[in-house]
Design a protein. Structure first.
Length: 138
């Protein structure tokens, strides 16, 4: 696939899957056997795990929105730096809603094979997220 096609897949992944919470978009964008390197404990690998992951984030931050601030593509990889904003309005992995606003940044690196996301590495500022919702002090 071309670098522009890989960038377009990444953009749709952020917009349709994360921002709009459209878990069905995963069927189009994600390989069924995707491997997510930072999958939270208790969630399965594969497309069902990715759908559960976005569901957990959307439950915890129902108004969340991600803005893609940078996209880079090379070979079969696409990388996006994002800024996530939202309100902790629901349970998030066992942490009850606090009503607090949050804003964090992160980076997703995707490996794309045959037009679908086959592998994801994520690095996001979860320390700051937990600080903002009052789980840790700092």
């Amino acid at each position: 696939m071309s670098l522009e096609a890989n960038k377009a897949i990444l953009a749709r992944y952020f917009d349709e899957f994360w921002c709009k919470g459209n878990a069905d978009a995963a069927d189009e964008l994600v390989h069924p056997d995707i491997f997510y390197h930072q999958m939270p404990e208790g969630l399965p690998q594969g497309i069902d795990g990715i759908k559960a992951l976005v569901g957990a984030w959307r439950q915890g931050f129902p108004d969340m929105h991600e803005t893609v601030e940078m996209v880079i593509a090379e070979g079969d990889r696409a990388m996006g730096r994002f800024r996530l904003r939202g309100t902790h309005g629901g349970d998030f992995f066992g942490i009850a809603a606090t009503g607090r606003p949050v804003e964090i940044t992160g980076i997703d690196v995707l490996r794309i094979a045959d037009g679908k996301i086959a592998e994801i590495w994520t690095n996001e500022d979860t320390y700051d997220l937990y600080r903002q919702i009052g789980v840790i002090e700092g």
